[in-house]
Design a binder for this molecule. Structure first.
Ligand code: NAD
Ligand code: WQD
Length: 341
């Protein structure tokens, strides 16, 4: 049974391919243009699993190019990870983000419908909740809010998928709203490869510890949280990956009641920036140069998930704790050394 993974060379797509190879008999086929990744990811996957994964190095913005993938394969379902994801860049280049994330999705759905692929798992984000007033954030928390063009592409994509799924006799869509995916495969041979200077906390921590960056700046310690630094829901990328297997099985077994649904993927635990930094230092016994700086514009003080729907609907819950996230992230950074994209 073939599953199409768009964005299979990326951070979450590649870890999901590993989970598929390690725990199912499905054949993952990737479509990734490498706009934010590198072909070497597939060598790393082969190194870990012994399996060569087929990738089509195509851009989803070009529908006719991508037709080849559907002509050559019959898919049981699609895991759609491919998107651009840098919040700050999306503010500078909104057109690029709308073209890539929205046009890419429209083309994919167009082909999916034409070739009769029934199941679609979509990579959504906690960004659709914007600045939520009540915590934890559950699926009944009002969404449809965003703070950036990137965030709006997630809100709009969910709406597009909902409308199309509701009007179709045959399409089932499940949007998974990730909180903050971090960490790396337990082998240390696969992890996140940020382009340029990382925006996200954990790659910034590991790059500082390895000496690529001089110092981590903690963006603000005057928030209304237990230690004044922002609170987030960090979730191990391998747990995110395993949720995709559970989600795809849920659709394949015909268990989803409505044509469109959405589920939070978080640990359910709020961790402050300071606590994340301390955990990194403690589990890895390394020095980390850091200082408190001003707030970063656009940051919400606190957000974390109510993840009970994922357990009740998918039978999924995260099993890797913060220490494991920090241990694996550091193992991967050591494998990578000072390399970045
Ligand atoms: P990533 O950048 O590591 O992976 C995305 C992959 O998609 C990259 O390999 C990139 O080359 C590819 N891609 C992008 N546009 C493409 C196009 N038009 N055609 C073909 N390939 C294309 O990102 P990630 O962290 O693995 O994120 C995967 C998905 O999860 C994205 O949709 C992202 O918005 C979503 N998400 C990520 C996070 C996070 O913090 N990492 C949180 C919530 C949601
Ligand atoms: C986490 C915390 C920073 C870097 C982003 C997207 C969101 C979703 C997940 C895709 C914040 C602080 C960070 C640094 C710091 N992605 N920080 N120093 O902003 O919660 O979420 O990724 O959908 O949409 O916005 O993640 O890792 O950037 O920041 O102090 O050098 O770490 O201020 O409080 P964020 P992050």
């Amino acid at each position: 049974m073939k599953i199409l993974i768009t964005g299979g060379a990326g951070f979450i797509g590649s870890h999901t391919i590993l989970e598929i190879l390690e725990h199912t008999d499905w054949t993952p086929i990737s479509l990734d243009s490498f706009i934010n990744s590198e072909p070497r990811t597939f060598d790393r996957i082969k190194d870990i699993t012994g399996t060569e994964v087929k990738n089509y190095a195509l851009d989803l913005r070009n529908l006719e190019d991508c037709r080849q993938v559907f002509e050559e394969n019959e898919f049981a379902g699609i895991l759609h990870f491919a998107a651009l994801k840098a919040v700050g860049e999306s503010v500078q280049k909104p057109l690029l983000y709308y073209q890539n994330n929205i046009q890419g999705l429209l083309n994919l759905i167009d082909l999916q419908m034409e070739y009769g692929v029934p199941h679609h798992i979509y990579s959504s984000s906690c960004t659709v909740y914007g600045s939520a007033k009540e915590l934890p954030v559950s699926e009944s928390t009002p969404s449809g809010q965003a703070e950036s063009p990137y965030g709006w592409t997630k809100v709009m994509s969910e709406e597009i998928l909902k409308d199309i799924a509701l009007s179709s006799e045959s399409l089932n869509v499940l949007a998974l709203r990730y909180f903050n995916p971090v960490g790396a495969h337990s082998s240390g041979k696969l992890g996140e490869l940020p382009k340029g200077v990382p925006n996200n906390l954990v790659p910034y921590i590991t790059q500082t510890a390895v000496g690529v960056r001089e110092k981590l700046t903690i963006h603000g310690d005057d928030y209304e949280t237990r230690d004044g630094t922002c609170l987030r829901d960090y979730i191990h990328v391998t747990d995110i990956a395993s949720a995709h297997l559970a989600a795809m099985k849920h659709l394949l077994e015909g268990k989803q009641r409505a044509p469109f649904d959405f589920i939070n993927l978080g640990s359910g635990i709020g961790v402050t920036v300071k606590e994340a930094v301390d955990a990194f230092i403690k589990v890895n016994q390394v020095h980390l140069n850091y200082a408190i700086g001003p707030r970063r514009s656009g940051d919400v003080a606190a957000i974390y998930a109510d993840n009970t729907k994922a357990l009740s609907v998918l039978g999924w819950k995260p099993i890797r704790d913060l220490d494991e996230m920090m241990r694996s992230a550091w193992k991967w950074q050591q494998e990578l050394g000072r390399q970045s994209l």
